[in-house]
Design a protein around this ligand. Sequence first.
Ligand SMILES: C[S@@+](CC[C@H](N)C(=O)[O-])C[C@H]1O[C@@H](n2cnc3c(N)ncnc32)[C@H](O)[C@@H]1O
Length: 184
Amino acid sequence: MLPNVLEVARNLIRERVEEGDVVVDATMGNGNDTLFLAQLVGERGKVIAFDIQLQALENTRSRLQRENVLDRVELQLASHEEMGKITDPVSAVMFNLGYLPGGNKEITTQANSTQKAITAGLGTLRPGGIMTIVVYWGHSAGIMEKETVEAFCEELPQSNYLVLKYQYVNQRNQAPFLIAIEKR
Ligand SMILES: C[S@@+](CC[C@H](N)C(=O)[O-])C[C@H]1O[C@@H](n2cnc3c(N)ncnc32)[C@H](O)[C@@H]1O
């Protein structure tokens, strides 16, 4: 079967990230992607993960503790725009937009801060690094966020970035899609 958007995002990241790298999870949620990244970078690497909800941070912390990889993860209770402060060159940034699964569906990523965070993330990426953005847009702020992200990414200069969109075009109910940006 063809892979879903999250599988494609992970495959693209797996192909580029090496042990010892510094990577970012821009939307930690319940920690699934944080765990994936922590296993990928190994004990010499570092994952910096952001979320604005304490519940997300606590869920992620317990998940990482259970899997014995908490030592290589920095959990930040902060908005992802703060990733502009990271000084290490980063090889991958993952976004998974929307609301916390199992949490309050009214607390979602938002067009304005998401665009600022993408800009900040592109600044921290090393050449050859990759950003993946999985856009779930079936929530109240989703349409505006989707349009903002698409418009922003379409305008990125081709000389500096390769931008890919991966989407099933015959699915009902605002099917999620992936935008992947490779920095040249
Ligand atoms: C779809 S969930 C992420 C799922 C996560 N990747 C996982 O593996 O479980 C989106 C998350 O983004 C968080 N979020 C919303 N606004 C944010 C912001 N400005 N900065 C960082 N995280 C934010 C939400 O609290 C929510 O937990």
